[in-house]
Design a protein around this ligand. Structure first.
Ligand SMILES: [Zn+2]
Length: 114
């Protein structure tokens, strides 16, 4: 009986790095409920959290620039929230106005299009 595994010090001393990662990703991903689709936003647009208008130093958002505006809308034409798009508050407001103008001149679709 030489094999005796000494436990560290009981079940109360867990590795500390496991405490912060408490989301159970195995359970959430494995089930296939296609109704909500809530967890695809994590890997969908997790890019750098820098407002791209601040990077470009553009003073305003051009509502005719459809290529740029399409980064901030979903496929169905909805405007992405700021936590996903990564815009700062000022430019997110301008993106919202620009998208609404852009819809009015029919460059991008309204939300809820089928
Ligand atoms: Zn900005």
């Amino acid at each position: 009986m030489a094999e005796f595994h000494p436990r560290p010090s009981g079940p109360s001393s867990r590795p500390s790095d496991r405490g912060s990662d408490s989301r159970n990703r195995d359970r959430g991903d494995s089930r296939d409920s296609r109704g909500g689709g809530g967890d695809k936003r994590r890997r969908f647009q997790v890019r750098k959290k820098v407002c791209r208008f601040c990077v470009d130093k553009s003073p305003f958002v051009d509502y005719k620039d459809v290529k740029t505006l399409r980064f901030f809308i979903t496929e169905r034409g909805k405007i992405l929230p700021r936590r996903i798009s990564g815009n700062c508050a000022r430019h997110q407001r301008e993106v919202t106005v620009a998208v609404q103008r852009c819809r009015n001149i029919a460059l991008i679709p309204f939300a809820g299009e089928k």
